[in-house]
Design a protein around this ligand. Structure first.
Ligand code: ZN
Length: 250
């Protein structure tokens, strides 16, 4: 095999690794965003309970004010009761007192209910905050591990690039240019010869070209269809390819 092809095969392996590393590095923000979606439901639950607490506190204040109002009415009516002249007036005042006291008692029942609801809300909020904190801790750990992975990826990318650079300078400039041009266009610049065809685009090689490749193993041949540089994989037997080439000719 041409020496340049041997270098290029190593370069192509490194290029593949660089692509994997770049794609993993680029996926970091998306993966962190995915992790954080797990927090959304927990945050919503905490916010919902807090907003319910505000509503409940407002109703509690309003009910307490009603109790104050009705108490004021009771004491005012009781004050009037000494001034009334007739039994009828007296009964009217006593009815007012009885009505206000019944309202006070309703309000107090409601206040007890609200207090119980408030305690239940406090418990629910504590549990929701605990669940959020636990999820947050998991997200933080997963994010830290993703970030550590990215740091390791960047370091590996630097090492791979350095190795790649050292190999590049050993390849002839025309061959390197072609490899890089085709790589950019088609993802890979090299293709193995496989069953008498280009292993990448699968177009069959002309029998004459196969013969030339076998006759001049140290030259560089290019797939006439996709432009990739062709190489004979070391594990493939040249003898069987010769037979195949002869079959193709006959
Ligand atoms: Zn091809």
């Amino acid at each position: 095999m041409h020496k340049d092809l041997e270098f290029l095969r190593e370069i192509q392996t490194l290029d593949q690794r660089l692509k994997e590393l770049d794609s993993e590095i680029a996926s970091l923000p998306r993966r962190i965003a995915t992790l954080e979606t797990a927090l959304v439901t927990h945050r919503q639950t905490v916010e919902r309970i807090k907003s319910e607490q505000i509503t409940l506190a407002a109703e509690r204040r309003k009910t307490e004010l009603s109790v104050q109002d009705f108490r004021a009415k009771v004491s005012k009516s009781r004050g009037h009761s000494s001034e009334v002249k007739t039994n009828q007036e007296y009964r009217a005042v006593m009815d007012e007192v009885a009505f206000a006291e019944a309202e006070i008692s309703k309000c107090e029942e409601r206040l007890l209910q609200l207090m119980e609801n408030g305690e239940a809300q406090d418990g629910a909020l504590a549990r929701a905050q605990e669940a959020l904190a636990a999820e947050q801790a998991q997200v933080d750990a997963a994010r830290a591990s993703l970030e550590a992975r990215t740091t390791a990826d960047r370091a590996e990318r630097d090492r791979v690039n350095a190795t790649r650079e050292a190999l590049r300078v050993q390849v002839g400039s025309d061959v390197l240019r072609r490899y890089e041009r085709v790589s950019k266009l088609r993802g890979q610049g090299l293709a193995p010869i496989d069953l008498e065809a280009c292993g990448s685009c699968r177009v069959r090689l002309r029998p004459q070209m196969l013969q030339e490749i076998l006759a001049r193993p140290h030259e560089i041949f290019v797939c006439e269809s996709c432009g990739r540089l062709l190489f004979l994989p070391p594990q493939s037997s040249e003898a069987s390819l010769t037979v195949d080439a002869q079959t193709a000719r006959s």
